[in-house]
Design a protein around this ligand. Structure first.
Ligand code: C2E
Ligand code: MG
Ligand code: MG
Ligand code: MG
Length: 281
């Protein structure tokens, strides 16, 4: 009986795996199509000064408007794109879309706040990235400082040698550089010292529990101090409650992003906030 059950279980797993593999292949083909047929969207999440809810920037977050499955979050298709060679055209699309939005906001006479864009792990291996980005912002008539590039610790540590050279060049060209999800990857603090970052983003994992005191509060406070000592702008991400927000303000971290202020928004809704200059509209 045991052997039989084991067999049945194997069969079940095989079928589930098979279904997932098929799903993956299908999804990959669909993603390829999505790039060509305009199913990708950027949503924008405000970054604010928590003391007065004024906008100080925004993060562009990718969405896939799938004709049958609806709006798909990036966690479900970015890894697939990274494994399938689609990440390069996808990142191109994101960068062009972000620049087009900045161009539009400039043409509308709106305040030009830095727009953050997430770069994939592979991007830093490309020594040509700084000049490509420079040409891109020139093409759209933008200033490099209007773009903030978000990178994670893990991707920096993986290619430390090339990464430092590429980042130094990006900074020299005037781009903003943000260390995203800080505290979740593994990095040594001595590496942090060598990286020419302009911003450090405290990962949501530390923010969730801060208002209850304890270890996350201690870690968040330490990261805020560390960032400040290194001369970096420190941003807390994933702020969901007033208690979290106030705790962070108390520790000197006024720059915040999270559902407490605003969710990632489609362009029209975000533009309304940009016009108002605040998330309190
Ligand atoms: P991330 O860069 O750390 O982005 C923050 C994520 O937290 C976003 O999820 C955002 O919607 C979510 N978030 C913001 N505030 C809150 C909050 O108060 N509570 C909670 N629970 N979540 C909050 P999203 O949009 O699903 O993106 C997930 C990840 O996908 C991003 O993490 C980023 O690593 C990646 N990603 C997003 N857009 C792009 C892109 O254009 N290119 C690349 N390569 N990766 C992207
Ligand atoms: Mg990010
Ligand atoms: Mg993050
Ligand atoms: Mg993240």
């Amino acid at each position: 009986v045991a052997a039989e059950a084991g067999g049945a279980q194997h069969k079940f797993f095989d079928e589930a795996l098979n279904a997932r593999a098929k799903d993956r292949v299908l999804l990959e083909a669909e993603l390829r199509q999505a790039l060509l047929s305009g199913q990708l969207r950027l949503h924008y999440q405000p970054k604010v000064d928590a003391c007065n809810a004024r906008l100080v920037g925004a993060e562009a977050l990718l969405r896939w408007q799938h004709p049958q499955r609806g709006l798909i979050a990036p966690g479900l298709f970015i890894p697939l794109a990274e494994d399938s060679g689609l990440i390069a055209p996808l990142t191109d699309w994101v960068l062009h879309a972000a620049c087009q939005s900045l161009r539009r906001w400039a043409d509308l006479g709106l305040a030009m706040l830095p727009l953050s864009v997430n770069l994939p792990a592979s991007s830093l291996a490309d020594a040509g990235l700084p000049e490509q980005l420079s040409a891109l912002v020139q093409h759209y008539g933008l200033q490099p400082a209007w773009l903030m590039l978000e990178l994670t610790e893990t991707m920096l540590m993986r290619e430390m040698a090339t990464a430092v050279a590429v980042l130094d060049r990006l900074r020299a060209l005037g781009f903003g550089l943000s260390l995203d999800d800080f505290g979740t990857g593994y990095s040594s603090l001595s590496h942090l010292k060598r990286l020419p970052m302009s911003e450090l983003k405290i990962d949501r994992a530390f923010i969730t529990e801060v208002a209850r005191g304890g270890r996350d509060a201690a870690l968040a406070s330490a990261i805020i101090t560390l960032g400040r000592e290194l001369g970096l702008q420190v941003v807390a991400e994933g702020v969901e409650t007033q208690e979290q927000s106030e705790f962070l303000i108390g520790r000197g971290c006024r720059l915040q992003q999270g559902y407490w202020f605003a969710r990632p928004l489609p362009p029209e809704a975000f533009e309304a906030m940009l016009r108002a200059g605040t998330t309190r509209v």
